[in-house]
Design a protein around this ligand. Structure first.
Ligand SMILES: Cc1ncc(COP(=O)(O)O)c(C=O)c1O
Length: 427
């Protein structure tokens, strides 16, 4: 039997609640993961590596190689390179494309900070393209206007698992002869016109960090079907080694390797990804039907070509005008009281003060002119994204692998908050 919220009378059922601070909940990162399903095969895989005593792929490369093969096959790419995390997958990909100082890279402002950080790590200039509020994705129709002679690559993000408009992105990329890195870190089962995201651009990157739909605590992967890019990434993540000898180096690289433990866990988790994803999709689609009936709640739309949504996040926009002007923060708090985990999502990444500090650093001032640095802020305004950051509400992937009645409960909680919004505003 669940408790009932005193204010709205709604039944409270805990969705595997997490012990996270509100700032962490805001970002959706670093949450405790009590919901995580651990099965016998996970333990078997883990113990095999432990007992085998070859924990590093450099000395064994059994589980990492098997995972790479399995993940490439699952997605329909020729090659996969496992990495230590999603950030290093993106970092390796930028290096593979030769992105460096003086180059511009196009990205969305509605993404996790890692997408930006890797561009700054290369001393390249991030160029933000505004969001499409209806989908919470980059507005692909606005990309072309941001391309200059210095643009070196496009880095769209399939945020929350919802594919970006790849028809438009790829057409612009082709027209301007620009490579595409798909940040699919949140989109393990997303698909565009029946093809899995990460396989349509030149390179596609995943994260297997603890919050992700496919999880090994930390972990990442790069997908490509280009043998040259594959060779580069494989070598770069292993200190630039060549394929043959331990102490022969084809190039400068780094240690960005996945461990055998991570790969063994992923191989086991992979056996249930498809089944869990189907349940998530059914639940999310059902919830969208319920929420579309509630005035002031607008679930993120999918583009016509998006044939599958990975639903790492379930995103919708909240309009206080239909809730007696109850501010979003109070709406989130009321949902939380009803036992529904939720977050307000990202803040505008293009407005992060650390970007300006970085652009004014010694290296950047050597690479870019002062007017270029001073004009960066105005060039990167994203007014639609500013609104999105104020109105977004997120639910998390683990809330969608339970029974359908969980969705009814979410909708019921929102309806009741709406009904009692006038009272909530006055208290
Ligand atoms: C969109 C996006 N890109 C990149 C990353 C970085 O992945 P990782 O945390 O595995 O380094 C994440 C992780 O949450 C992400 O959500």
């Amino acid at each position: 039997m669940g408790r009932h919220c005193r204010r709205t009378g709604c039944r409270i059922r805990k969705f595997g609640r997490r012990e996270a601070s509100s700032s962490r909940r805001q970002s959706g990162q670093d949450r405790a993961v009590p919901f995580l399903i651990i099965q016998e095969n996970d333990e078997t895989g883990w113990m095999e590596v432990l007992r085998g005593k070859n924990w590093c792929r450099a000395s064994n490369d059994h589980y990492c190689a098997r995972f790479e093969e399995a993940w490439a096959r699952t997605l329909g790419a020729k090659y996969c390179v496992a990495t230590s995390c999603g950030t290093t997958a993106l970092y390796t990909s930028l290096n593979a494309l030769g992105v460096g100082p003086g180059d511009e890279v196009i990205l969305p402002p509605y993404t996790f900070v890692a997408t930006l950080n890797v561009i700054l790590m290369q001393h390249a200039l991030p160029v933000f393209v505004d969001s499409d509020r209806e989908t919470s994705q980059i507005d692909a129709h606005k990309i072309e206007a941001k391309i200059t002679a210095r643009t070196r690559c496009l880095m769209p993000v399939h945020l929350g698992g919802n594919p970006v408009d790849l028809d438009v992105v790829l057409a612009v990329a082709q027209k301007h002869k620009l490579p595409v890195i798909e940040d699919a870190c949140q989109a393990h089962t997303g698909a565009w016109r029946q093809r899995r995201v990460s396989t349509l651009g030149d390179l596609g990157c995943f994260s297997f960090q603890a919050s992700k739909n496919l999880n090994s605590g930390e972990g990442g992967a790069i997908l490509t079907s280009d043998p040259g890019l594959h060779e580069f990434c494989q070598s770069f993540q292993d200190q630039g080694r060549g394929p043959a000898e331990a102490f022969h180096y084809a190039r400068q690289g780094s240690n960005l390797r996945m461990t055998e433990f991570q790969a063994a866990l992923l191989l086991q988790q992979l056996t249930r990804l498809e089944e869990q994803s189907r349940v998530r999709e059914q639940n999310a689609e059902y919830l969208s039907r319920l929420l579309r009936e509630i005035p002031g709640i607008s679930p993120a739309r999918m583009y016509e070509g998006a044939t599958r949504n990975g639903y790492h996040l379930y995103m919708f926009r909240y309009d206080p005008a239909h809730f007696a002007d109850l501010p979003r923060a109070r709406f989130l708090a009321a949902l939380d009281k009803e036992g529904i985990p939720c977050a307000g999502g990202y803040t505008p990444l293009n407005k992060e003060p650390f970007i300006k500090a970085k652009l004014n650093s010694r290296v950047y001032r050597m690479m870019y002119s002062q007017p270029e640095i001073d004009g960066w802020e105005a060039r990167n305004e994203c007014p639609e994204n500013d609104k999105l950051c104020e109105e977004a509400v997120w639910f998390f992937q683990e809330m969608f692998i339970g029974p359908r009645r969980d969705m009814d409960q979410i909708a019921e909680a929102i309806r009741k908050i709406q009904k009692h919004a006038g009272e909530l505003v006055r208290t």
